[in-house]
Design a protein around this ligand. Structure first.
Ligand code: NDP
Length: 463
């Protein structure tokens, strides 16, 4: 198997040195290597300017997770069949706070994907300005098509092992793909039962039992606030923009809502079976239908077209080499489904279709080649570790509210969220220009995220 990752600056011996070490150690973890490459490519001028990072091997240490736990999750289906899944938790870095990051339940989950997500989370959490380290976990369990009882039994079995490794001062998981309010409820219930404690061990709880208002909305809203900051900096605004949104889950839904509030028009959505294009725009009433369809009935996005004849549905063709959703002419794009959903061909189609701004709601949705194509064409690209940090930022606010036994109003949380997204945007631009990458948000996010964690690691010695 070819384990080399094409670096955006392939000539850089600096990047290759680190990738070679990892590729030798973890030869079957392409997503992890991709995530590392995307960060390391920004760090050469940082290590040159601060030689003590090199002397203390801060980057080598940062590339190795502090701990990885893998465990068996046995459970019983409704028909009595015994099922066995795999559970994981990666505690990547706790230099600036307890591990924090979601749980993903999806059949594609493996250690490479969770290590990439946990690694990204280190920098994202650092950018929020909140005291949280980077972690991620999950399982190859697929909740789609499973009854509530099956999901509950799975979550209880998963937590029966995970509880040993998490805690409100140690590691605080949350939701991600396949883990929403329902799963968080079942996981929390089992943790509380086993440990006989009611603590803020998970975020994304319902507001009635310790959750923060606005947590479900925070990632999608934050990605749109970040886009609004990028648009303002470029001398424009989101108002009147036609927007491509992928996915139809938590992030996509609330990105659509905030776009509508700011006068923009979402015109696409997708799920793993296909995508819809509604040239008339997905307005609030149609969005309500999508929320009921995906969150309550757990149906497929194709049903949108049965209800709204202005729209067309196209099935996903995994062998096509590109995703036609990204060919629809528009002004802005919000990839909000999953990793590597925009390849280089898609990026060229986005540019040709008139897109000037991309804000990544999903984690690592754009391949390195596609990122270069977009940036070279002058598209403003908000990387996921900055643009989708609103979710984990409000999770940290949920932790703060839980420890003080306080509850803030929606308006208060929204004010914090807006300020945090504004600050992340400013910090990215500032770090980018300080190290010679003017206006490039990717490098800015990597450098600003790295410096805070690196300094904490130096302060804390060789641990
Ligand atoms: P959800 O499970 O709510 O929704 C995911 C959506 O993406 C669904 O429409 C799903 O389709 C689709 N999807 C998932 N996997 C694939 C795939 N392999 N191919 C095509 N479509 C796919 O998840 P979220 O909205 O929470 O997460 C979306 C992205 O945002 C992820 O990258 C996640 O890591 C990231 N993110 C989420 C945060 C959060 O707060 N929730 C925070 C920061 C980042 P289907 O219904 O068919 O499964």
């Amino acid at each position: 198997m070819d384990t080399s990752v094409a670096a955006p600056h392939a000539s850089s011996a600096f990047v290759q040195e680190y990738l070679d070490i990892l590729a030798a150690r973890d030869p079957h973890q392409p997503e992890f290597l991709q995530a590392v490459q995307e960060v390391v490519v920004s760090l050469e001028p940082v290590l040159d300017r601060h030689p003590h990072y090199r002397q203390q091997r801060v980057l080598q240490r940062l590339l190795e997770p502090e701990r990885v736990v893998q465990f068996r999750v046995p459970w019983q289906a409704d028909d009595g069949e015994v099922m066995v899944n795999r559970g994981y938790r990666v505690g990547f870095n706790s230099a600036i706070g307890p591990y924090k990051g979601g749980l993903r339940f999806h059949p594609s989950v493996n250690l490479s994907i969770l290590k990439f997500l946990a690694f990204e989370q280190i920098f994202k959490n650092s950018l929020t300005g909140q005291p949280i380290g980077g972690g991620k976990g999950g399982s190859d369990f697929d909740p789609r098509g499973r009854s509530n009882s099956e999901v509950m039994r799975f979550c209880q079995s998963f937590m029966t092992e995970l509880f040993r490794h998490v805690g409100h001062n140690t590691d605080v998981p949350a939701g991600d793909i396949g883990v929403g309010g329902r799963e968080i409820g079942y996981l929390f219930g089992q943790y509380k039962r086993i440990t006989n404690t009611f603590t803020g061990v998970l975020t994304g709880r319902a507001p009635g039992w310790g959750g923060s208002l606005l947590r479900p909305e925070a990632t999608g809203y934050g990605a749109v606030y970040f886009a609004a900051e990028m648009a303002t900096t470029a001398g424009g605004s989101l108002e009147g923009m036609k927007c491509l949104v992928s996915g139809s889950g938590n992030v996509a839904q609330y990105a659509c809502r905030k776009l509508l509030e700011l006068g923009a028009t979402p015109i696409t959505l997708s799920d793993s079976s296909g995508w819809i294009h509604d040239p008339a725009g997905i307005d609030e009433e149609k969005l309500q239908f999508v929320m009921e369809l995906k969150n309550e009935r757990r149906g497929r996005i194709a049903e949108y077209c049965e209800r709204y004849t202005s729209a067309t549905w196209t099935a996903t063709d995994r062998d096509a080499g590109s995703n036609p959703l990204w060919s629809v002419p528009a002004d802005a794009a919000f990839p909000s489904a999953t990793q590597n959903e925009i390849n280089d061909t898609d990026a060229r189609n986005l540019v040709e279709g008139g897109v000037r701004l991309v804000s990544e709601g999903a984690n690592m949705p754009t391949t390195p080649e596609a990122q270069d194509t977009l940036v070279e064409a002058g598209v403003k690209l908000g990387p996921g570790k900055a643009a989708n940090a609103g979710g984990v930022a409000v999770s940290a606010l949920e932790m703060a509210q839980a420890s003080q036994r306080l509850r803030w109003t929606t308006e208060e949380v929204d004010r914090h969220l807006k300020r945090i997204m504004h600050d992340i945007h400013a910090v990215c631009l500032d770090a980018a220009s300080s190290y010679g990458f003017v206006d490039d948000y990717r490098h800015g996010a990597n450098i600003a995220g790295f410096r805070k964690v690196a300094d904490a690691m130096v302060d804390q010695g060789l641990v």
